[in-house]
Design a protein around this ligand. Structure first.
Ligand code: SF4
Ligand code: SF4
Length: 438
């Protein structure tokens, strides 16, 4: 019997207790200070008492090495099988241009190709996805730049896209800055809209200092009206707040604002927090950025002072929220990067990319759907093969089944290769998560 290589063990934040989690056996336990100490001492060569050892063995924290490897292989094969049945998210970028000049935009260095979206290109996109993903569950997310620009030409193109999506029974999501939502409400009713993701980085000036119109001009009030209009028209809104050290102090008042508006009680209202991070190029002041763990430590402290934040946003703290809400662990995560597996991205120039992180970077193009269909098979295979079994460092990492290897694009920007690590601070997040929810 060996101590399982998939055990994640640590002390719970602000507590004397410990936790142990094993995503392969599906066990999670809170341990007393004495039990925690026994595990620590075991690593220094001391024995564990027979009763406690039996418990740990029953929960799969102590295992037969060969049996554990067999279980790993079986669960991995199930994961691959299940993924083949998963829904595919197909991003479409109608333009990279935008009416905003956000301070942290990662697309600001993308060169604009002198070509315009046409109904013919939209038709080619639908032909391509209907052939390539025939028989697979799929939906479209329209992304940008800003897709909902307030011009008649853009409205005509988006209407055409939505009519086509409706014709092929495909649901549609939008990722928008939200500025022209009111002007688009009637157009959005053409198709089955799954959700509209809108970004607010705080209330009033906190937001307006970061997300303003090109050439200047506040946007907060108009976006709020757009969100209200969506909810009144039964369109689901996913409010995203992009945070860094400049605006995190505004999280409590953002939460209070959403609560007072009645948004958080609306079943059509969801939220997410996005960490501002360096995706492709250095941000002007990277010292304002949070690391993943420092962000969650800050939120943990804020929630202690303002518990109502949880009505607005509940941090996942890795798998902790899932465990608390479901009473069981999620399935092992052999791969956390959906690129070229359950996610693809397409743009108005006819190019195909792995996902939203690479879309628009010409050197990352994986082929084209217009004017001709082409595929760069070797590059696609690199993305398709990426998981914790193909990334060497992950296969010996005890966090692998909670982390899944992180983001392939972040990994590639760091190391030059897709098949490398983007480590997640799983243990530290669980320390906070057990303290918060369990
Ligand atoms: S590369 Fe990163 S952003 Fe793209 S799908 Fe993978 S995890 Fe998501
Ligand atoms: S990316 Fe890093 S933390 Fe995640 S499984 Fe691989 S080695 Fe472990």
């Amino acid at each position: 019997m060996i101590y399982s290589k998939h055990n994640i063990f640590s002390k719970i934040a602000d507590s004397d207790n410990y936790f142990i989690v094993n995503l392969l056996s599906g066990s999670a336990d809170i341990l007393s200070p004495e039990e925690g100490k026994m595990i620590q001492d075991f690593h220094k060569g001391k024995e564990i008492t027979p009763d406690f050892f039996e418990n740990l063995k029953d929960q799969g924290y102590f295992v037969d090495k060969n049996e554990e490897e067999r279980l790993f292989r079986n669960k991995y094969l199930n994961f691959i099988d299940d993924r083949d049945d998963d829904e595919v998210q197909l991003f479409f970028v109608p333009n990279y241009s935008c009416n905003f000049a956000c301070t942290y935009c990662y697309q600001d260095e993308y060169s604009t190709v002198k070509q315009e979206l046409t109904n013919e290109i939209i038709d080619s996109f639908f032909n391509y996805i209907n052939n390539e993903f025939a028989g697979r569950k799929k939906y479209i997310t329209i992304f940008g730049g800003e897709p909902l620009l307030n011009s008649q030409k853009q409205k005509d193109l988006i209407s055409y896209m939505l009519h086509q999506a409706k014709k092929f029974n495909l649901e549609v999501c939008f990722v928008t800055n939200g500025y022209s939502l009111e002007e688009y409400i009637d157009i959005l009713k053409i198709a089955d809209i799954r959700e509209i993701q809108v970004t607010l980085d705080g209330i009033g000036i906190t937001h307006d200092k970061r997300r303003f119109l090109k050439g200047g001009g506040a946007s907060f009030e108009k976006i709020v009206k757009g969100i209200d209009a969506c909810l009144q028209n039964e369109l689901t809104v996913n409010l995203r707040m992009v945070v860094d050290k400049e605006n995190i102090e505004g999280l409590p008042e953002m939460a209070k604002f959403a609560i007072d508006k009645g948004w958080t009680k609306n079943s059509l209202f969801k939220t997410q927090l996005g960490r501002n991070y360096e995706l492709h190029h250095c941000q002007a002041s990277s010292e304002k950025l949070f690391s993943r763990i420092s962000l969650y430590e800050t939120i943990f402290q804020q929630v202690k002072l303002h518990p109502y934040i949880l009505d607005f946003y509940k941090p996942a703290y890795s798998i902790s929220k899932f465990l608390a809400e479901n009473g069981s662990l999620p399935d092992p995560l052999f791969d956390s990067c959906p690129a070229c597996k359950t996610e693809w991205a397409f743009d108005y120039t006819g190019q195909i990319y792995s996902c939203t992180a690479t879309v628009g970077k010409t050197d990352e193009s994986l082929g084209s759907f217009y004017p001709e269909i082409s595929r760069k098979d070797e590059m696609i295979a690199e993305w398709e093969n990426r998981d914790v079994t193909s990334i060497e460092a992950c296969s010996s990492c005890n966090l692998q089944l909670a982390c899944g290897g992180g983001c392939g694009s972040v990994a590639k920007n760091r190391t030059g290769t897709v098949c490398s690590t983007d480590c997640r601070p799983v243990k530290e997040l669980l320390e906070l998560g057990f303290a918060s929810y369990l």
